[in-house]
Ligand binder design. Structure first.
Ligand code: TRP
Ligand code: SF4
Length: 405
């Protein structure tokens, strides 16, 4: 039940490099990341180890997939001056934290994550009865906890993974936050807070512990954040003491659910690689124009003279993403009165998609032709990420009694 510390603005998210990105990935995640990078302290990484959990057999495309994802991110507007962009496996702390957390993660927690059985059923042609696949959500937990992440921007389908991350953090803090002299250290930390603040803190703690008052805990967090006199360790102790665990080494993250538009594929179903109905970010724009001309529309509109219903038409969902409200009104009206044909209706959408793809592809091409620049961006991102990751791992080692050398 830990609220996120008030001044923690850290955002982290990852994407598996499983092939060419498409408009669904762009509107469903990437576009949002591009906006977040100017509001938060952002970390975005290519989850290449996660890609191995289902793609362990054929890794021949892994490297090219990794670089293509990075180039698509950059072409879409992720800015290495604003966000830290890196590759999961190049920051080995992810793997180590995953392993250490695996010691205290009950098997049953992993088995009951809904994606575990769902994915196994969906990918029947692959043998997913692997240790690594079961551990998928725990690796994701390690990704998130390693950076003391406050917010994880992900879709609905990933909420369960953030939830298990919170549980793992709580369990870790509970088991290892009990320093031998925890109570005495809390006493000292309370003194450091000053009389007024420590009275207020104790009051809020009582409100939370006796009445489960969530607001009290949020207030206590901001009180602790606002006190410059506290050391990081003391702050973690007082946060843990609030909730009745031990010192709070690992931070419980929250999901940052963002409204993303519905992105239909060419067949009218949700755009998804597994449906084979995608429009790739690197596809030839002329090909894309052709494909869009053939895109499914309201099935009731068989002939040009039949009126249609834009609410039943996937093309209209694309209008909602790409068209001004005037154009949308024009399309809806023309559709309902059979005043325009579907090809007329599609034209502004096709033009907008094609223009967007040309734009992104021009930028992608620049990065394609300057691989050293891309490698440099990632090398720098890996290093920046590692600096943060190492610090957390040091604390984890200390918590677990493993800081011998
Ligand atoms: N599982 C995520 C997905 O499939 C990718 C991912 C891996 C991730 N690690 C993460 C997302 C950490 C957010 C945070 O989309
Ligand atoms: Fe869809 Fe437009 Fe055709 Fe109506 S006119 S069915 S909204 S493509």
């Amino acid at each position: 039940m830990s609220a996120t510390p008030a001044n923690n603005r850290r955002v982290l998210s990852g994407m598996r490099p499983t092939g060419a990105l498409h408009l669904g990935n762009y509107h469903g995640a990437l576009k949002n990341w591009v906006e977040l990078q100017y509001q938060y302290e952002c970390y975005f990484f290519v989850a290449d180890i996660h890609a191995l959990t289902t793609g362990y057999e054929d890794t021949s495309q892994l490297e090219s997939n990794v670089w293509n994802v990075v180039i698509d991110w950059l072409a879409a507007g992720l800015n290495p001056a604003s966000s830290t962009i890196f590759i999961q496996s190049r920051v080995p702390e992810h793997s180590e934290l995953h392993l250490l957390l695996s010691m205290v993660t009950p098997l049953s927690w992993l088995e009951r994550v809904p994606t575990y059985k769902d994915q196994q059923e969906q990918l029947k042609d692959k043998d997913l009865a692997m240790y690594g696949f079961l551990g998928y959500p725990l690796l994701q937990a390690a990704d998130i906890l390693l950076y003391k992440t406050a917010f994880v921007p992900v879709g609905e389908d990933q909420v369960a993974h953030v939830e298990i991350t919170r549980e793992v953090a709580r369990r870790f803090n509970h088991i290892y936050g009990r320093e031998p002299d925890f109570e005495a250290k809390v006493e000292k930390a309370l003194k450091a807070l000053g009389t007024r603040n420590s009275t207020r803190y104790s009051e809020l703690r009582r409100l939370y512990q006796e009445k489960g008052d969530a607001e009290a805990i949020a207030k206590a967090h901001s009180l602790l954040e606002g006190t410059a006199r506290l050391t990081l360790a003391d702050r973690e102790r007082l946060i843990g003491y609030l909730e009745g665990t031990g010192r709070s080494y690992l931070v419980e993250p929250e999901v940052l659910l963002t409204a993303t538009p519905k992105v239909p594929g060419l067949d009218g179903r949700k755009m998804s690689k597994s449906y084979g109905n995608t429009i790739g970010l690197r596809e030839d724009p002329d090909q894309v124009a052709k494909k869009l001309k053939g895109m499914v529309t309201d099935p009731a509109r068989q002939r040009r003279t039949d009126p249609g219903d834009p609410d039943k038409c996937p093309v209209f969902d694309l209008h909602k993403i790409y068209s001004s409200s005037d154009t949308q009104a024009w399309a809806a009206q023309g559709c309902r009165t059979a005043g325009i044909g579907c090809l007329d209706c599609k034209k502004p959408v096709i033009d907008a998609v094609v223009a967007q793809l040309r734009d992104m592809q021009a930028r992608a091409k620049e990065f394609e032709e300057n691989r050293d620049l891309v490698r440099g961006i990632i090398a720098e991102g890996n290093e920046k990420a590692r600096d943060v990751a190492r610090q957390t791992l040091d604390e984890v080692h200390q918590a677990m009694g493993m800081n011998y050398r």
